[in-house]
Design a protein around this ligand. Structure first.
Ligand code: DCP
Ligand code: CA
Ligand code: CA
Length: 376
């Protein structure tokens, strides 16, 4: 098997696929609660200001009990919940978490299709660990997300994107919902029309006016009638009413790094404890290099200090890193350029970039350009 993003895309469309949809719970709000203990267990929103400006981007589950939700004007939110806490968004932190969860997904498959910072589809029909159970993979991924980010995600597992995405929304937060192939049709029949992914609010209310309140009702319509009433998307509605969705999981980026990181419940306060911790991270990194059959020439050490300030240090070598000894040696040299001697650390990470497969890809592109130029 090769490392190209399409390496496990050879599953025939007719075979039963194993698709997982993962979505972080109350994403921006949970990150703020994680990083500020005073926010935990409290109604909190990210975005908007208490003096009634802007809209809510994310609401903690505590805030949702008051009827506060995203896209709501801050004015309405504070009326519904006078003690509501407003946190400023920190996009750089959300992007970091997003990177971390994608790294976790890539441990299982290259067929990862992110929909936004906090969610993605994974096709694990054939996966890098050879695991037969998609539910087990979803459990492992959820556990790794907690371990590496201290945040929870919800997972939906089924045979296609539509069902997996619908499933992940069912037992939020921290949910894990499987829709097995033989339950797909009956599941869809009882699904309220606004819970269909891909049917927006406006269409849903139009459907309700037409007497379509759930999947069973939708199924009574012919494809032609659906297209006449709703346009081209009618064909999609026809398919999802039967729990069908042939869309492939399409990865939309080339992998740029392979990494491993760990955050610690208790800050690391000695050089010795940091060295030991780095050794463990290097072991995980070596395993990931092996399972990806690809390594890189640039090693980056990431250190987050107890006060959440984060620094990175990198070194590029002439050869790709393949041995744990080399990784540890360079990591320790990089460590000496940080302030861990005088400041405690709460997170350590190691990543390899400048990957072999990426360089091969670039080389192939260069050759292609040269070829076309020479033919011109
Ligand atoms: N977001 C936003 N504006 C919106 C909706 C969302 O800025 N109108 C941002 C904030 C969310 C993040 O995107 O935290 C993810 O959006 P989701 O729709 O997945 O919602 P949450 O993750 O907040 O909550 P849930 O647990 O329901 O997924
Ligand atoms: Ca989410
Ligand atoms: Ca989302």
């Amino acid at each position: 098997m090769t490392d190209s993003p399409a390496s496990n895309s050879t599953t025939p469309v007719s075979a039963i696929r194993k698709i997982i949809h993962l979505d972080m719970d109350a994403f921006f709000a949970s990150v703020e609660q994680r990083d500020n203990p005073a926010y935990r267990g409290k109604p909190l929103v990210v975005g908007g200001t208490p003096d009634n400006r802007g809209v809510v981007a994310a609401a903690s589950y505590e805030a949702r009990k008051f009827g506060v939700h995203s896209a709501m004007p801050a004015r309405t939110a504070i009326q519904r919940c006078p003690q509501l806490i407003f946190a400023r968004p920190r996009f750089d932190v959300y992007r970091q978490v997003s990177e971390t969860i994608r790294e976790i997904f890539f441990q299982y498959t290259d067929l990862v299709e992110p929909l936004s910072l906090d969610e993605a589809y994974l096709d694990v029909t054939s996966n890098k660990k050879g695991l037969p159970s998609a539910t087990l993979i979803a459990k492992e991924i959820k556990a790794l997300i907690v371990q590496e980010t201290q945040l929870t995600a919800s997972a939906g597992i089924s045979i296609n994107k539509f069902l997996a995405k619908t499933a992940s929304g069912i037992n939020k937060p921290n949910g894990l919902t499987l829709i097995p192939p033989d339950k797909a049709e009956s599941f869809v029949e009882t699904l309220p029309i606004e819970d269909f992914y891909g049917i927006g609010k406006v269409t849903a209310s139009k459907m309700r006016e037409l007497g379509v309140h759930n999947g069973a009702h939708l199924k009574q319509w012919t494809e032609a009638d659906l297209c006449r009433t709703f346009g081209k998307v009618g064909s999609y509605y026809f398919q999802i009413a039967r729990g069908r969705d042939d869309r492939q999981v399409t990865p939309n980026r080339i992998r740029k790094s392979i990494g491993a990181e760990e955050s610690y419940a208790e800050d690391l306060n000695s050089r010795q404890s940091i060295i030991e911790a780095l050794g463990e991270i290097a072991e995980t990194l070596i395993e990931r290099i092996a399972s990806n059959k690809s390594s890189g020439r640039t090693l980056t050490l990431k250190v987050k200090y107890a006060d959440y300030q984060q620094v990175t240090r990198s070194r590029t070598s002439t050869e790709s890193f393949t041995e744990i000894g080399n990784i540890i040696n360079v990591a320790l040299e990089l460590l000496d350029t940080t302030e861990v001697a005088s400041r405690n650390a709460r997170l350590l990470g190691l990543a390899l970039s400048n990957l072999d497969c990426e360089r091969e890809h670039e080389k192939a592109q260069e050759e292609y350009v040269q070829l076309t130029l020479s033919l011109a």
